[in-house]
Design a protein around this ligand. Structure first.
Ligand code: C2O
Ligand code: CU
Ligand code: CU
Length: 489
């Protein structure tokens, strides 16, 4: 991560102000934008080997304090893995923690044994080998811990990183693609801290119910970083790696930007907008033009028309101050040189799942029980009336088949619903489908009492025993029951 000395310099300035004020006001952009280290693996032709270690460390996030963190090949967050469509990857994951963990390749189409879900736990000092062929198009995927009942805490402490896939079609588009220069990861996580600098995970009943949200937002592990733009066109690969918070992203000067990609890769056509919503686990790729040499701030500005929840939840949320405006990142474009890249209107052609090939429809009802269970443990969250049971297979799907899933939210708060092993298209939702939701998705935000329909073609991998997961990606909900298992046969 950042050199300690630079951090302390920034820290001294911050330390002159009361800590909470400096952090909350978000006006001080002085920290350096950090780019997670790029890991291309060892390549022999199309065989690529990655050597990963899940590790614990300490990171300088706050002024003059060290925070105990988790990371992959670095002390906080994971290195960025990057490979090509058509590669065969061999990923060795060593667990150097004193607790069991997993690494799940979120968004990847792959055999169940390679998925890294709760069935592929890695015990302390053990190594797990995940091997699969990359069969999908250029996209911004990610990886994170998926340890049963402990995902939330492990991801909160830093077990999350990007997995970028490239392909020839995408490379042919002349989009910004130089990692760390004009192709930039933006991993967002919100945190709370204890007096001693440690992360403050779950501290209240509200955290348990709504999921853990924090008052301080980090971008690539840094508070309020400033990104010195080298080029006038910047591609931001934004990942919401937060446990529970949904962001409404826009620039403080209302400048337009172009959405080019969603969870599952490039859109068919770039979409110009001023703002977008990004719920936990969603990714979006945007290109922003900073040729004006200005200093725009990317921020979260709550959009109350898009209601975080139903009336009561929203009221509670704003009473608790968990949906105030937050600044994320400032771009300083003074030194940006003219880019020779562009933003084509037409990007790629999608091979859409065909409604005529749908062989099966399923319904997923998301619900939460209020009352004592919510407070004192147990699994108050459910899908189709059942809380997650690792010994129960909920759905059996035919390999290579096309299905429609109808996801109904019967609770008072939104749930970002995720399915492993596939990329789907949203075919019906309240208010219509627009922006990045036009693309391939592996997470869909489902508002209170909303019904969303998605269509997808499952890959051909089959395994009668080892299941994949579908679940709410508010990690506290996932950990406490809002998850189910399916096999593909
Ligand atoms: Cu992002 Cu089941 O995971
Ligand atoms: Cu996943
Ligand atoms: Cu949820």
């Amino acid at each position: 991560m950042i050199s300690r000395r630079k951090f302390i310099q920034a820290g001294l300035i911050l330390a002159a102000l009361p800590k909470q004020m400096a952090l909350a006001s978000g006006r001080l952009f002085g920290n350096h934008f950090q780019v997670p280290k790029l890991e291309l693996g060892q390549r022999v032709g199309k065989q690529v080997s990655f050597d990963l270690t899940v590790q614990a460390g300490h990171s300088a996030i706050l002024p003059n304090q060290l925070t105990p963190t988790l990371g992959v090949n670095q002390s906080f967050l994971g290195v960025t893995l990057r490979a090509n469509k058509g590669d065969s990857v061999h990923i060795k994951v060593k667990n150097s923690l004193d607790k069991t963990t997993t690494l799940h390749w979120h968004g990847m189409k792959l055999p169940a044994t390679a998925d890294g879900g709760p069935h592929q736990s890695i015990h302390p000092n053990n190594t797990w080998l995940s091997e699969f062929d990359i069969i999908q198009d250029a996209s911004t995927l990610w990886y994170h811990s998926h340890q049963l009942h402990e995902t939330a805490e492990q991801v909160y402490h830093g077990l999350a990183g990007l997995f970028i896939i490239d392909d020839d079609k995408a490379k042919g588009l002349n989009l910004p693609i130089e990692y760390g220069v004009d192709d930039l990861p933006v991993i967002i996580q919100d945190k709370d801290f204890k007096q001693n600098g440690a992360f403050a995970y779950i501290t209240s009943m509200r955290d348990r119910m709504m999921g853990k949200k924090g008052q301080t937002v980090l971008v690539n592990g840094v508070i309020n970083p400033i990104l010195k733009a080298k080029k006038s066109l910047l591609r931001l690969r934004i990942l919401n790696a937060s446990n529970a918070k949904t962001y409404h992203l826009s620039f403080d000067d209302h400048r337009p930007f172009h959405i080019i990609g969603s969870d599952g890769g490039l859109l068919e056509q770039s979409q110009t907008t001023h703002e977008l919503r990004l719920s936990p686990a969603e990714r979006v790729e945007i290109v922003v033009d900073v040729a004006d040499g200005k200093t725009p701030i990317l921020r979260h500005k709550p959009n109350h028309n898009q209601a975080q929840g139903g009336g009561m939840m929203r009221m509670m949320g704003s009473m608790m101050g968990d949906d105030k405006q937050m600044n994320l990142l400032q771009i300083d474009a003074h030194q940006a040189v003219k880019s020779n890249r562009n933003i084509p209107k037409n990007l790629v052609k999608h091979d859409n799942p065909k409604p005529s090939e749908v062989v099966k429809e399923r319904k997923m009802i998301l619900a939460m029980k209020m009352g004592p269970m919510m407070m004192f443990g147990g699994n108050p969250f459910s899908i189709n009336g059942k809380a997650m049971d690792i010994n129960r297979i909920d759905e059996v799907i035919k390999a290579g088949s096309t299905e429609i899933w109808t996801i109904e939210n019967h609770s008072m708060m939104p749930h970002p619903f995720h399915i492993h092993d596939v990329q789907f298209k949203i075919i019906a939702r309240r208010g219509g489908v627009k922006g990045h939701e036009l693309g391939f998705k592996d997470v869909v935000y489902v508002r209170p009492s909303e019904t969303v329909k998605v269509v997808m073609k499952f890959p051909k991998f089959s395994d009668a025993k080892i299941p994949y997961m579908y679940h709410c990606h508010i990690l506290e909900h996932e950990d406490r029951g809002m998850m189910g298992q399916f096999t593909v046969v």
